[in-house]
Write a protein that binds this ligand. Sequence first.
Ligand code: PAF
Length: 284
Amino acid sequence: MVAIIQDVSEMQRAAESLRTAGKRIGIVPTMGYLHEGHLSLIRTAKHHADVVVTTIFVNPKQFGPAEDYERYPRDLSNDSLLASSAGTDYIFAPESKSMYPNEYLTDVHIERYSSILEGRSRPGHFQGVATVVTKLLNITKPHVAVFGQKDAQQAVVIRQMLRDLNYDIELVIAPTVREADGLALSSRNSYLSTEERKQAPVLFQSLNLAEQRVREGVRVSVRIINEMSEFITNRSAGVIDYISIADSNTLEELSAIEGQRSVLISLAVRFGATRLIDNQIVKV
Ligand code: PAF
């Protein structure tokens, strides 16, 4: 049976006892409304740890004022069943006021990565992510933390933060889980209308097209980006926020693919009010 903890101190005490008992703790941070993508992260954590803590917290700090914090889907009872079936031992699901009480003043800011790509479109987002992840790590005291490749920039930001702040925590990045038609699983897919859902696989298809062009030897980024952009606009009503080809380690955008061993091709596309992201690491 999964134990659900909402209180910060209680979670810290539970984590401390597990450590004292010699258990290796794995954390899977989520915002809930769990789907198969999250469950695969939990299963991955189970391979790397004795005890898995799944955190469920819709973090207000990582949403911009015009974003979907209020309407973000929430379903703790179903999440508990799903997380438990995938092997979670503890769910940590705090209330917003216990994470950010009135007197709360501290933020974690990571230079550079916070203001490019997703960060450019979503100012303050990665500061919110870094802040809450820092808090969740301090509360659950894990030996290993599992995140998804679907949020590629988040993975880079967290890796940098763990290194810079000397966290003694292993980071595992698990592959993106997709629907049969290629759409990356996301809690936000639930916002899509039937027609938008039909069109949404263009993100994945355009990434495949880009990968094919890289394999064919195309090296000028703008050529690939224009082709992806045309592909998406010809086949869907999606409005492109950005398409980027970047160094997969530094996230530096590349005008030409030269000397990199792998590149991160990423994009964000809006379908109505729903913003979807996806990415692919392409070996050169
Ligand atoms: O990836 C997410 O769901 C969130 O950004 C995270 C890491 C749980 C922080 O709120």
